[in-house]
Write a protein that binds this ligand. Sequence first.
Ligand code: FEO
Ligand code: CA
Ligand code: CA
Ligand code: CA
Length: 530
Amino acid sequence: MSDQTTPDVSRRRFVQFMGGALAISQTGLLSSCATGSQYKVKKIVMPKMTDEVELSYGLTYDVVVKWGDKINLKGDTFGFNNDYLAFTPIPGKENEAILWANHEYTSPMFVNGYMSGGKRTKAQIDSERYSVGGALVKIQKDCCGKWVVDSESEYGRRITGATPIPFSNGEKIKGKTEAIGMVANCAGGVTPWGTILTCEENYDGFYGEYPYGSKKRVHSRIGWERFYDEHPYRYGWVVEVDPFTGAAKKHTGIGRYAHECATCVEAKDGRTVVYSGDDTDNEHIYKFISKKKGDLSEGELFVADIKNGKWISLDRNKNEKLKKAFKTQLDLLIETRTAAKMVGATPCDRPEDIEIQPGTANVFVALTNNKKKGNFHGSILKIAEKNGDFLSMEFDASDFVVGGEKSGFSCPDNLAFDKNGNLWMVTDISGSTIGKGKYEKFGNNALFYIPMKGPNAGTAFRVGTAPNDAEFTGICFTPDYKTMFLSVQHPGEESKSLKELTSHWPEGGDSIPRPSVIQIYGPLLDELMS
Ligand code: FEO
Ligand code: CA
Ligand code: CA
Ligand code: CA
């Protein structure tokens, strides 16, 4: 980055510093940093491009579960490219829990041997349909206090690209009240009543799309519709999953678009507010307010006019233009993006994850980049709801942090606040551009810690780096904040063939790479949250 010290020398210096800080002080690493060592702390982990998970001194990791691991007695296995994670404690069992993981998409070369160029066979598509969706995995602490999979639990379940999932209000979409499977499950959220929301993001890659106003299908990149002619309108929704039973339903009220996440918060009157972004160039940020408490099946959808600080309703009964364009509210929700543009929504630079700053009505949105507009490094947008009220129709918007060489990060994606309100962030520089051109100095994707108060408030500290081609995703803490779970998604994705692998993580040697969930723990995690 701006400092030209060689990585080895610099790394030795801050490792020494971190070791010293941990040895002499258990009471505030950052106060030590602030009194003279800020520079070194900023470089806790250097940008690098090696095929390993490297963490700051004081943090350790273990793999919890990886693609292909058995998760129940039936022999179901953990899917590919795990993304969003959610931790559900099992009542009365302190050391047992259910871990949810999204499985966003596959790298077919690893899953079924398909190489680009030809057409997939039905068997290859079947294996891909099994590899995506999501997984519920029962985990428990072993004798050393590490989380491990219970591979024989009845809580272990898969929801795949082939699992029937009903629409929550019995809506008929192109003649059917259920969708076959869910796809492109990227990020998500947890409802106030403990169910999990999992979001269909780039759904058009699986079954294609009918562009607004067109009867001509744009075929998908992957081509599942060659064997399974599912209608694209049944994808691109938010799916609610009960972690104890695996029961799932698709909600239409939150809209249909490339949902990154669905971040829930309880409003002052007990209804639920859900924030979600459409992770596509120049798409929008949305807010949904449920009609009833504890139920997302109905409600009102709004889209952000960031320039004027207003939420605009997408209820067709409140807008003549929308009423004219769409026969029913469901027709509108299927075409949420089009409706949003009709009412003057603000185009955004690919909204990714959204988190609520604890104790406030400040909504933080990762805007990852918009290369066509010349925004290569992204930012985090802060939306402050007026009067601290999640039901407000007005807000103030400002940049919280901006990516680039000065701040040391590029392409923010998933976010999480810890128990003390510090922000954790992971980055998603796309595999094909890592270490190249404008991204040369940033190295592999990374995990950052951003204190929210004190002299270092707003400064991003790099505390971990991902293996080759991978991104970290799905930051998730245990309720005691002693462990952070993290997805390591798509290691080795840029491999040209099984003989030219760019990653062998996590098993090393000549092994193929395997997307996995890791657990991170150690004295530094405790210190950074003390
Ligand atoms: Fe699947 Fe927007 O990341
Ligand atoms: Ca993401
Ligand atoms: Ca998050
Ligand atoms: Ca991303």
